[in-house]
Design a protein around this ligand. Structure first.
Ligand code: MRU
Length: 375
């Protein structure tokens, strides 16, 4: 997508020194800062510190991390070391495991002398596929938005979409999951407007979604996390679209903390609630999202401190809690399938159910109805 009018991805190979370049998301929206990752340790840190974040992008970054590891030492031992180091950075988004499993499987079956090239090829493929898949998924989303608009346009001057967290191109290699369809619908001249949940504690909505929507000239308004229900009760939301960090084989959706409450409000107000889920975000090995997904817990400072610009334009961090206040910082929650109108994938749109997903991804389901694992 565009940054200051120029096409940009979130992660790519530095053709000068063959390191990996990332758009450092901890600097947004105030600075566009490109950072070079020279080794797997730097890559693991960038994932853990959320310089790169968002489920599909974490997967691609993990693959590039395996490449950086192979650049230094292509031994079996280093494959295992890099795999474990990268896997433990963030536990909830399944894309990381999905990408790392592919890399490890391929690398251990490749001659040591070929491993660096093999890892780079794989990381490039995973990144390119992610961009292509999200574009494809967005075509289905754009069609859904077009259909809603056809029904609404006689009585409304714009289509109001609510989104949570950042499920735009910054959360992927390009295009985004939930926002890919928004961008494509805008290109199709649907007059849309996005309500952007600020998404405490890290404010991915306010800092990242608002920034990327502005860069693409999409009308949007940032709201506090608790405002969505009120807007829905007053007819100000036509549909909700979110991404997912891990969707189970029966359609339970784990996504950024607060997603569940938005889905409940949407359900109560008869507003469609869509989840954009590339196959790399679907964990076909598990069914029950509430009991089988590890929910990442993050640090106290994310709740206690706020970062922003002061009146002179300097970046400052301030504390907003009384000293020694205890906090609990869950990164994600699970929305049960029954609250989800449909799941949008690169293979089409389906019910949030085992039957629905099985129609689109039959290769992952055995006849005895148990989900089969991916690589
Ligand atoms: O903690 P983050 O910023 O990595 O969380 C990101 C989200 O929850 C996104 O909504 C999710 O990854 C799905 S969209 C690409």
């Amino acid at each position: 997508m565009l940054v200051n009018g120029k096409p940009q991805r979130t992660i790519w190979l530095n053709s000068e020194d063959q390191s990996v370049l990332i758009l450092d998301q901890t600097q947004l929206p105030h600075h566009v800062y490109i950072q070079s990752l020279q080794n797997v340790q730097a890559c693991a840190l960038a994932i853990a510190e959320m310089q790169v974040r968002g489920a599909p992008l974490i997967g691609a970054a993990g693959a590039y991390g395996m490449y950086l590891a192979m650049r230094e030492d292509a031994s079996d031992k280093n494959i295992d070391f890099a795999y474990e180091l990268l896997l433990k950075t963030r536990p909830t988004a399944v894309n990381l495991r999905w990408a790392l499993n592919q890399c490890r499987h391929k690398l251990i079956n490749t001659a040591i002398s070929e491993r660096m090239h093999c890892a780079l090829k794989l990381a490039t493929e995973i990144a390119d596929d992610d961009a292509r898949i999200n574009f494809q998924l967005g075509r289905y989303t754009a069609q859904i938005l077009q259909d809603i608009w056809e029904r609404r346009k006689h009585s409304a001057d714009r289509l109001n979409i609510l989104t949570h967290c950042n499920a735009g191109w910054l959360a992927t290699v390009d295009w985004g999951t939930a926002l890919s369809g928004v961008y494509q619908a805008a290109l199709n001249n649907i007059p849309l407007h996005v309500w952007v949940d600020e998404t405490r504690p890290r404010n991915q909505g306010a800092s990242l979604t608002a920034w990327e929507l502005k860069q693409q000239n999409i009308p949007h308004t940032v709201i506090v996390d608790n405002a969505g229900g009120h807007l829905m009760q007053h007819g100000q939301v036509d549909c909700c679209i979110v991404g997912t960090d891990r969707t189970t084989a029966r359609g339970d959706v784990c996504n950024k903390i607060g997603t569940y409450l938005k889905a409940l409000s949407a359900f109560d107000n008869n507003i469609p609630f869509y989840v954009a889920a590339p196959a790399s975000s679907i964990d076909f090995q598990i069914e029950n999202g509430l009991t089988e997904i590890e929910i990442e817990e993050r640090g106290h400072d994310e709740i206690a401190l706020m970062k922003g610009r002061d009146e002179q334009g300097n970046l400052v961090t301030i504390s907003i809690l009384p000293d020694n206040t205890v906090t609990k910082n869950y990164g994600f929650d699970v929305t049960p399938a029954k609250y989800i109108t449909a799941i949008i994938t690169e293979r089409g749109v389906c019910n949030a159910s085992k039957e629905g997903l099985k129609k689109l991804f039959p290769e992952h389901y055995k006849d005895n109805q148990h989900a089969e694992s991916m690589v």
